[in-house]
Design a protein around this ligand. Structure first.
Ligand SMILES: [Zn+2]
Length: 237
């Protein structure tokens, strides 16, 4: 079993979301995409843990800026896609899409979603129904195409759509409210979207991120998950 703690970072300007994961059986822990260090160090102190690992979804600075400081402070080992070794600060160990990585007894499938960047990976803890999507899937929207094509993003999102509806996804940013107008323009399941947006506004008003949301709901409300063909998908750009 995996315990997941969300740590908002760069709040109010980039609104990153980092996560602290603890494998309950062994106490082995990891930080996903340490965007900045202060809030993560504070949360680790509160939880009385020293993260054994840092997991990166991709190389962008707002997902890796905390790597070196946390590594120095805790001795954490930095894990990312093997093919991106040279772009990941403090890289220690590579994972390969199609293979798994074990955080104690919690096992993550590594899924390639090259599009936002090349060698962007998803960390999918199948048994725990938890998916860390970095800058590929956000609530009601997706990440920009910095290094990949529209076709690659369609393929990447198709992999996410193939996962079960009850999987909860944990994105790399809290961008929900900015995405509402476009969702309202394209999404036909009005009732589901209205409920989604109402919940999102309530969460944000309470000072919490909107995530995690189940993929089943996201598949109904995120305009980028609706198209079934690359041609339909391309019309969104
Ligand atoms: Zn990014």
């Amino acid at each position: 079993m995996l315990d997941i703690c969300t740590v908002p970072c760069r709040v109010g300007y980039m609104d990153n979301l980092s996560y602290i994961l603890v494998d309950r059986d062994t106490g082995i822990s990891a930080v996903v995409d340490p965007s900045e260090t202060a809030p993560i160090i504070a949360k680790c102190a509160e939880m009385n843990l020293k993260p054994d690992y840092i997991f990166n979804t991709h190389h962008h600075f707002d997902h890796t800026d905390g790597n070196l400081e946390l590594k120095k402070l805790y001795g954490s080992r930095i894990i990312a896609c093997q093919a991106d070794a040279e772009r990941i600060p403090g890289f220690d160990l590579g994972v390969v899409p199609g293979k798994t990585f074990s955080l104690g007894n919690s096992v993550a499938d590594i899924i390639d979603v090259s599009a936002h960047t090349q060698n962007h990976i998803l960390w999918y803890f199948k048994a725990d129904k938890a998916l860390f999507t970095g800058d590929t899937l956000f609530n009601l929207c997706i990440g920009g195409l910095f290094e990949g094509s529209v076709e690659q993003m369609f393929d990447a999102l198709s992999k996410i759509k193939a996962l079960p509806d009850d999987v909860l996804f944990y994105p790399g940013h809290e961008y929900t409210l900015q995405a509402v107008p476009m969702a309202e323009h394209f999404v036909r399941d009005d009732a589901a979207l209205k409920q989604y947006v109402q919940n999102a506004r309530a969460q944000i008003a309470r000072g919490f991120p909107v995530s995690p949301v189940p993929l089943g709901l996201e598949k109904k409300c995120n305009p980028y998950l609706l198209p079934d063909s690359p041609e339909q998908f391309a019309r969104l750009f």
